[in-house]
Write a protein that binds this ligand. Sequence first.
Ligand code: GLA
Length: 742
Amino acid sequence: MSDYEAMPHSGAAVTGHPDECATGPGDPSFAQLKSAGLDAHAVSLIVETTIGARPRIVHWGESLPGSTPEELSLLAFAQSPLGSATRLIHGSLSNEPGTGIATAPGLLVQREGTAWTVDLRVHSVAKEGQATLVITCTDPRCGITATYRFTLCPVTGVLSAQTVLENTGESDLAVEWCAAPVLPVDRRLEQVTGFSGRWAGEFQQETTERFRGTYMRENRAGRTSHDMFPAILLSGPCTSETHGPASAVHLAWSGNARLRIDTAQDGRAFLQAGELLLPGEIALQPGESYASPLLVAATSEGGVGTTSHALHAHVRRNILDPRTNDKPRPVHYNTWEAVYFDHDEARLKDLANRAAEVGAERFVLDDGWFGSRRSDAAGLGDWFVSKDIYPGGLRPLADHVRSLGMEFGLWFEPEMVNPDSDLFRAHPDWVLGAEGIEHVPFRNQLTLDLTKPEVTDYLYRCIADIVEEAQVDYIKWDMNRDTVHPASGERGAMHRQTHAVYALIDALRERFPDLEIESCASGGARADYGVLQHTDRVWTSDNNDALDRQAIQRSASHFLPLSIMGSHVGPRRCHITGRVLSMDMRVASAIIGHMGMELDLEDETAEDRATLAAGIALYKQHRGLLHSGRFHRIAMPHPFNAVSVSAVDGDEAIVSCAMLGSLPTSLPPRLPIPALLPDRRYRVKLVWPQAPEFPGTRSIYEEADLAGEGLQVQGAALGRLGIQLPLMHPETCILLHCKAEY
Ligand code: GLA
């Protein structure tokens, strides 16, 4: 870390304590102000960092070349509201109680009821390279140092921010709430979108007008959860995918979380995101520190599509492990919906043959291969291959899979135990829970206490032995219950438990550097950037109904890139919704993600298997583009769901347009294709389905020879006017491919 020369606002040296300033304690005069900033990829962050004063974000948004920090501070000079404190109380980076700001504090600590009036003043400012700003603030009276780290990714402009709190006092410091740096909310951002959901119905958006008071989302599920994805979108009343102010904020954390937006009576608003701590969960001894989870945020004047582009690029570049970056995402075959707990080695080998025939590249053996696990009622925790089913261990099946050219993947649910298991019988004290409080029943399983080293040692040994023995290439790491009483020895332990999960995964990855890991939690209940720092893919939802998946994936795409979004072709009649969908529709929906399949191939007709094979071949042909390009949610009226992926250089695009229900008008609309180069000619072809059936008279499909030579047309016309859709049947989906002509 090198000392950073803070930008002086007027060249005047800062002298004395800001208490001497005319404007009041904590508010240096303009002549005294100093700022520090980061600028990257047309985004800038400017923070007032006058030594001895409170730090304050002056600007986080599009870069304003030519503007000085002084001008920006002056431009924002607000009076004190009538009938309130006689000088305006500014927010700080924690809006801590000592500031006196009349809105929710972002930091709540105490020492047996004292030391809660924390007032943090800038002590030092440093830069690490060009991209990271570190502001250290102290409050000697309360015995606290807070270090705020801001990184603006030079390539994506995405902000990562964290608060680290150190107890510099002489007694224990109880931390009740320590948000990542508090972000001021641009007043134009009047719409708030949260992500709710349920099992098999993840990522449901709820948009509301921002109101004076508190918009709050709290997750107490002990995992990222189905219903409280830790993210918020903020937008203006006229913001669209491509225009207008927008911010997308996410907390990279897989445990309990709180996100809130407090809009004060005076109209100012602040966003806080942090870990939801249980009572007494964090007590810092002198010298100890607590680090908030990372807040990851994108902001743009170019709509919510632009924030998604930045976040996708950020995830691919800065969050995921680079070792999988250049590896084409292999087509999965997952056994769950084909066999459930009914494992039979010969049958599984046959399924592997069939999977390889249609083009699978990774065979994942799901739940049911170990201990007495013949249903979800027993055996969880006994990570020993069931000799009744696999007399020779897993190696023969794994070798068979590999002989077919596929990787071998295996399901684990390491954090959990069935009470009916040898593990629980031997170690009933290895579970989280509060003495005298009944466990909430949840899929017949309890949560192991990973804060106990003997538990993680056991799990590490079991998993490592099997990975080694069967040469496992891939783990599907599941987690199938909420943990509402995460007490270890009576104390709340969700914080330590979450870090212990990350550490266990990391230890395994260190031992097996090529091992890839999928994060699954009853589908998409652990699909956050925290876990993605340790894993390579998420299982987006247990719901393989292609129609539902269109909605789930569209919504998840605000934060998750397609390359990690597990997306499978399910059975003809979806096991969860009972809906029957054609193979064409199932394939089209799975291609827009990290494609796989999860169905009994013996149950599918030969014709459907051939269609599936063709769909997989199409995915393989285009996955390079799908997983490296820019993803667009296209604005189309109900009942259409259209998305596209365009090459970063604009040379090529894949467009998916699904008609989810019946059409209210008798003719469908036109489909605009975004992000093509306006002055370039493109050849547009319909690449899916292979043999479409568009009802009615001759359509554009035949007229423009979309299956043959294709339509040749200018990018500007495709972007602004769009291509006329043919009449489509409900519950069908077409894929178009556009390629620039030279
Ligand atoms: C969870 C997962 C499924 C499957 C089952 C196995 O529900 O989300 O994909 O692995 O567990 O029990």
